[in-house]
Design a protein around this ligand. Structure first.
Ligand code: ADP
Ligand code: MG
Length: 234
């Protein structure tokens, strides 16, 4: 499997001159213009910027959910956009974890089943996977909620489940799109702290789009996206 990457401290992310344009009948919209960024293994990065500045578009490309109009992306040793679709899907489910503003949990499934979802993309979940998921659910403070369904959880608890789901396969890259955007400030702070603790423990890379200064300030680097271009803030 030439595209498999180990989380051995050597992996990194390199985005080079990513551009994304959308054509509409009367105009061409340049959402991202020559965006380049690199991330060392285990590093975390906040992306800030006004609504409509292309933050979610950039995250979707870094997550290989969307193709850039031009530019290249390397994640670990992989050049994901060169992979045929089935291998790209396997790479994505194995190596990338996603957390959205809205938890995106499956309403009909329990907490445990939701956290097992990433394993199902590569086959079935057996005793080992159930044990790993159960441990991580305990780590996010929900050991006594294993069989609850999302509707029976608070907003903060749902985001904790979403974090566990994103991290359960120990991906090398975690992408979070306004992960605390729907939470009150105290819950947002707790969820942010948990996300960063787990990212450090698992030594994954984390890119988080956020409007929360508190979350951005607790991350190692901050980039600002404006008019499709990235500027690094110190
Ligand atoms: P942000 O996450 O920073 O709020 P987005 O990345 O969601 O911004 O969107 C950036 C811009 O790209 C917006 O003007 C949006 O309307 C436009 N856009 C996003 N997706 C599409 C699409 N599929 N087709 C056309 N325009 C799009
Ligand atoms: Mg967005």
């Amino acid at each position: 499997m030439p595209w498999a990457c180990q989380n051995d401290g050597m992996v990194s992310l390199l985005a080079d001159s990513l551009s994304k344009s959308y054509s509409t009948p009367d105009s061409e919209l340049d959402v991202l213009v020559d965006v380049s960024l690199s991330l060392a293994a285990s590093e975390n990065l906040a992306i800030l910027g006004p609504s409509g500045s292309g933050k979610s578009t950039l995250l979707a490309i870094l997550g290989t959910l969307d193709q850039p109009s031009s530019g290249t992306l390397k994640i670990g040793d992989a050049d994901p956009f060169q992979l045929p679709e089935p291998q790209l899907a396997e790479f994505r489910s194995r190596q990338i974890g996603f957390i959205f503003q809205d938890h995106h949990l499956l309403p009909q499934c329990t907490v445990l089943e939701n956290v097992l979802v990433p394993f199902l993309a590569s086959g079935s979940a057996g005793a080992v996977e159930i044990d790993e998921a159960t441990q991580l659910i305990g780590r996010v403070g929900l050991a006594d909620r294993l069989l609850h369904r999302p509707a029976q959880l608070s907003g903060g608890e749902k985001q904790r489940v979403a974090i566990a789901r994103a991290l359960v396969r120990k991906p090398i890259l975690v992408l979070a799109d306004e992960p605390t955007g729907n939470l009150d400030s105290r819950t947002a702070e707790e969820v942010s702290r948990l996300l960063l603790e787990l990212q450090v423990e698992q030594e994954s890379m984390l890119v988080a789009v956020t409007h929360s200064q508190q979350l951005a300030d607790s991350m190692q680097r901050r980039l600002h996206l404006d008019n499709g271009q990235l500027v690094e803030h110190v």
